[in-house]
Design a protein around this ligand. Structure first.
Ligand code: NAD
Length: 249
């Protein structure tokens, strides 16, 4: 049980990588608080494992986050997973698109960390450490992709946020890392494929960009989530950790 006794909060936990992470962390002994904007998605998650509790939370809502932080109690781990993929070049980005993507992909993480870090610092004083994991992407400051200008800008900002938090709190037992997956088969990827002009070709293109020759599954990603939230990674902080099927070889 690699996360036994740990209390871990995961956002965007109703679907995709967040959901798989909630189940994987519970299976490793954590008490998981799974939050998402989708009550419907959360309703089936708590049935997956008795150690998963769910709570509807919009990570774009500052006052809801602050209210939630007052009842959340001290945490050993926080996985900020929520994010949105904008499709298009710089000409396709409206002011509203820009503001929305930065709000959901980056500002939400600043809000969650600011609200929940005091409890994590308390916990780190008791136990010696606590871990924050922020969802970035290989599409970020690491590598550029066509039609991912806005997405890549937000995920590059996530890496900058991660390094800043890591630097400020490294001596107080807080670690902060960013996870940078390749293309993962999730509901959001399936909707991007379905909305492409030629969905069959779009799926082939997504597969082709991964040298391993397939999409990642959620199960390819969750072992790193468990590792980065566990004490096994206690000497790892401020890192952008890639799990990309060889895209950045
Ligand atoms: P997904 O669409 O399968 O799940 C996203 C979840 O986020 C949904 O349950 C949704 O209800 C929730 N959500 C949306 N807005 C929210 C809000 N305001 N507050 C709380 N929850 C909200 O997505 P996914 O593909 O698993 O992606 C999860 C994260 O991983 C994102 O940050 C994404 O950018 C990142 N990522 C995904 C891939 C990929 O290929 N799927 C690759 C790299 C990084």
């Amino acid at each position: 049980m690699r996360l036994k006794g740990k209390r871990i909060l995961i956002s965007a936990a109703a679907n995709g990588i967040g959901r798989g992470s909630a189940i994987a962390c519970a299976a490793e002994g954590a008490d998981v608080v799974a939050v998402d904007i989708s009550a419907e998605g959360l309703s089936t998650l708590s049935a997956e494992h008795p150690a998963i509790r769910t709570h509807v939370l919009d990570v774009r809502d500052r006052s809801a986050i602050d209210a939630f932080a007052r009842i959340a109690g001290p945490l050993d781990g926080l996985f900020n997973c929520a994010g949105f993929v904008h499709n298009g070049t710089v000409f396709d980005i409206s002011e509203e698109d820009w503001a929305f993507s930065f709000d959901l992909n980056v500002t939400s993480m600043y809000r969650m960390i600011q609200a929940l870090l005091p409890g994590m610092l308390e916990r780190a004083d008791e136990t010696g450490g606590a871990s924050i994991l922020n969802m970035a992407s290989m599409a970020s400051s690491i590598k550029g992709f066509p039609n991912r200008t806005l997405y890549g800008a937000t995920k590059a900002a996530v890496i900058g946020l991660t390094k800043g938090v890591a630097a400020d709190f490294v001596r107080r037992g807080i670690r902060c890392n960013a996870l940078c997956p390749g293309t993962v088969d999730t509901p959001s990827l399936r909707s991007r494929i379905a909305s492409a002009p030629d969905p069959v070709q779009a799926e082939k293109d997504f597969i082709a960009r991964q040298p391993v020759g397939r999409l990642a599954t959620v199960d390819d990603i969750t072992p790193l989530v468990v590792y980065l939230l566990s004490d096994e990674s206690k000497f790892v902080t401020g890192q952008a950790v890639l799990v990309d099927g060889g895209v950045t070889i």
